[in-house]
Design a protein around this ligand. Structure first.
Ligand SMILES: C[S@@+](CC[C@H](N)C(=O)[O-])C[C@H]1O[C@@H](n2cnc3c(N)ncnc32)[C@H](O)[C@@H]1O
Length: 204
């Protein structure tokens, strides 16, 4: 998830996220859509947030496998990102709270897998419903600004498929909900908890 203006420093206000953080509120909603189930967390999801709003870009990684303290509200999520952004970031991952790490780096530094497993979400792409999506694929989305020509060239170089989740331009977090739903449906009803992961004690 690319945050073109998202601040790379922790000096934003939790009282006014949209006005002070370069739209970290958008990233928080994407985190919510990526991970939060009715009674649990999607443990098999990872999200990489690319923050480009000041100085060298940073990447914050959230791994569902280890994630703790994630609540559905934006403020708590933003507070977790604030903690991560307060850490020194070099090119190695630095652990913040459980499941959240930070490092220096941009989209091109991510461990994105090549052709057949990488999807660039764009309104004019091929309908995702007709495609054999890899459940363990990488899905790249933009914020309110979208992706730059350089980003698009990078993804094209990887052989990323351009995929649409429907005919209207949606918010990125809503696209994530639709994608998760599509992948859930393809997995079928074999999971008795009704999701890709049973709720574990403490997940709410
Ligand atoms: C609010 S939209 C960006 C709008 C921005 N003005 C632009 O032109 O890119 C945020 C992101 O959601 C994704 N998106 C929105 N609608 C989509 C759709 N129907 N299909 C696939 N991706 C979509 C794209 O990745 C987009 O960058």
């Amino acid at each position: 998830m690319v945050g073109n203006l998202a601040t790379t420093t922790p000096d934003f206000s939790l009282e006014d996220l949209p006005g002070t953080s370069g739209r970290i509120d958008i990233l928080c909603r994407c985190i919510n859509s990526a991970f939060v189930l009715s009674h649990g967390i999607r443990r098999d999801v990872q999200i990489y947030l690319i923050l480009r709003g000041g100085g060298a870009p940073k990447t914050v990684r959230l791994q569902g496998r280890d994630l703790r303290h994630l609540n559905p509200d934006e403020r708590t999520t933003a507070a977790l990102l604030k903690k991560a952004l307060a850490l020194e970031a070099d090119f190695a991952w630095t652990k913040s709270t459980p499941g959240i790490s930070v490092r220096a780096g941009d989209l091109a530094d991510l461990p994105i897998r090549a052709e057949g497993r990488t999807y660039y979400l764009r309104e004019d792409g091929s309908d995702h419903r007709g495609l054999p999506l890899a459940g363990d694929g990488t899905f790249v989305l933009g914020d309110h600004i979208g992706l730059s020509e350089e980003d698009e060239a990078f993804l094209a170089g990887l052989g990323a498929e351009i995929v649409s989740v429907g005919p209207k331009s949606l918010h990125a977090d809503h696209c994530i909900v639709l994608l998760n739903n599509e992948l859930d449906r393809r997995e079928g009803p074999s999971h008795p908890a009704g999701g890709r992961e049973r709720a574990t004690k403490g997940d709410e």
